[in-house]
Design a protein around this ligand. Structure first.
Ligand code: TYD
Ligand code: MG
Length: 451
């Protein structure tokens, strides 16, 4: 017979808890938890989809703000949209060695101070985790450790230990006996993640899954995990520099595309509260092939140096290479520069790079890429203390971008004096300290760069 599951729901904040407690762990109210019967799921995925059943008017659904618990790491909370949500499932992906285990151990150590935290390790031995904890100065952190890769054993341990937050490091090492395929295969990863998600929803446990990234940059198991979980975070950054970015790709409980910025130090990851100037390389004077872009990362403006190197082709086909920027977009932009700006680059190899390992996908980078390329072709530096943003259309027009004012204000704060921007982004009131040069077409922009 299916076991009847009970859950306790707080009448104050609506938060769910797997057991009765005098005080609600989410909002701190006393004697507000009431027992409810969580319907036994009729299929494996019922609980993932949420309560099914009667049809009712949308207006009758009572909403509530998700109770959030801060992890204690401010930048991590920022990407999570304010903190962890009970029953929420988070996927943290990233290249090996980028700092996933470090970040989660730090977060769990902070969480463990007030809530029960379970760290399941399938990749490293408890000794290796302890060595990391020692390095982080967290050896006595109140975190429970479990070295296990078999799903049923992990689920059993979660049921008996009743943690509020569980880390699975990594989901690719976990396997269920119910399937014959090898650990790490799509079937295993999907099944294990689905079962862990079901448990998370039933028992209001927060589950954080660590996911490996394939060479192509996707989390192994062709994106299957991204649909199952509530929040997808990716670690970005150049392992050769100390800066690490954690980006929210999807977030059912907050804004997607929010960015957390960290620096990897000798004692773990430290949040960088004001990262806007982080990705500017420090040239003593302006150099050819360099342009400063004001980009938006989630809710924050960020100034990034875009570099280009243009060199005559030495036999064979001209190469186009983009690091941290969209390579296909590069070819398209070069065609626009030729057709609408009269600047030929077919005889050149063109390399572009966003400094500091940051990845920029917004089209607002277009104009900055062309500025850097043009500056490299002419071997002449753009004027110092100036910046650029704007999307470039196929007809040679410069299209407006979102939140132009915020970008300009941040640039002014950091000492930039001149901005070449889409004319539709021209601010209604002048911004102190910065001269705005509005451009409507690529030919207008070229005129300014020629000066
Ligand atoms: P790790 O967290 O093990 O990465 P992942 O789990 O994503 O594979 O990452 C660790 C890298 O960071 C490793 O190369 C060592 C380095 N590191 C530091 O520089 N400082 C530290 O305090 C720690 C714990 C690790
Ligand atoms: Mg790891």
């Amino acid at each position: 017979m299916a076991r009847v599951r009970t859950a306790y729901v707080c009448t104050e904040c609506g938060g769910r808890n797997s057991k009765w407690q005098g005080q609600c762990p989410h909002c701190g109210a006393w004697n507000t938890l009431v027992e409810t019967v969580a319907a036994a799921p009729s299929t494996r995925f019922a609980a993932v989809a949420g309560a099914a059943g009667e049809v009712r008017p949308l207006a009758s659904v009572v909403t509530r703000t998700e109770p959030r618990s801060a992890t204690g790491l401010e930048e991590f909370d920022r990407v999570l949209g304010g903190g962890l949500v009970p029953g929420g499932v988070v996927l943290l992906g990233g290249d090996p060695g980028i700092g996933k285990s470090t970040l989660l151990l730090q977060a769990m150590a902070a969480i463990g101070a007030t809530r029960r935290a379970l760290y399941v390790t399938g990749e490293e031995s408890p000794e290796q985790i302890a060595m990391r904890a020692q390095r982080l100065g967290l050896l006595n952190a109140p975190v429970e450790l479990l070295a296990e890769v078999q799903l049923e054993a992990i689920l059993g341990a979660i049921r008996t230990r009743q943690p509020e937050v569980v880390v699975i490091d990594s989901i690719q090492t976990v396997y269920t006996e119910a399937l014959e395929s090898a650990p790490g295969s799509v079937a295993q990863v999907r099944e294990c993640a689905a079962q862990l998600t079901r448990l998370a929803k039933q028992s209001a446990i927060t589950v954080i899954l660590v996911g490996h990234v394939t060479k192509e940059g996707a989390i192994a198991g062709p994106r299957v995990l991204e649909h199952i979980v509530d929040t997808v975070l990716y670690f970005e950054g150049d392992t050769h520099s100390s800066f690490r970015l954690v980006r929210a790709i999807k977030n059912r409980f907050g804004a997607a595309n929010e960015l957390g910025v960290f620096a990897m130090t000798e004692r773990g990851l430290k949040g960088v509260a004001n990262p806007s100037a982080l990705f500017l390389s420090q040239h003593a004077e302006a150099v050819p092939g360099s342009c400063i872009l004001a980009t938006m990362e989630g809710s924050r403006p960020l100034l990034v140096e875009v570099q280009a190197l243009v060199d005559p082709v030495h036999g064979g086909l001209a190469r186009r290479l983009a690091v941290g920027l969209d390579p296909q977009r590069l070819s398209l932009l070069l065609a626009v520069l030729h057709r609408h700006g009269g600047v030929e680059s077919g005889a050149f190899d063109v390399f572009v790079n966003a400094v500091g390992g940051v990845r920029i996908s917004e089209p607002a980078a277009d104009l900055a890429i062309l500025a850097a390329v043009y500056s490299s072709i002419k071997n002449s530096a753009l004027s110092d203390k100036s910046l650029v943003f704007g999307e470039v259309g196929l007809a040679g027009e410069i299209r407006p971008v979102q939140r132009g004012q915020e970008r300009l204000r941040e640039a002014a704060k950091l000492g930039f004096r001149r901005a070449i921007i889409p004319s539709a982004n021209r601010p209604r009131h002048a911004i102190d300290g910065i001269e705005v040069v509005p451009v409507a077409r690529i030919s207008d922009a070229l005129e300014h760069w020629r000066r």
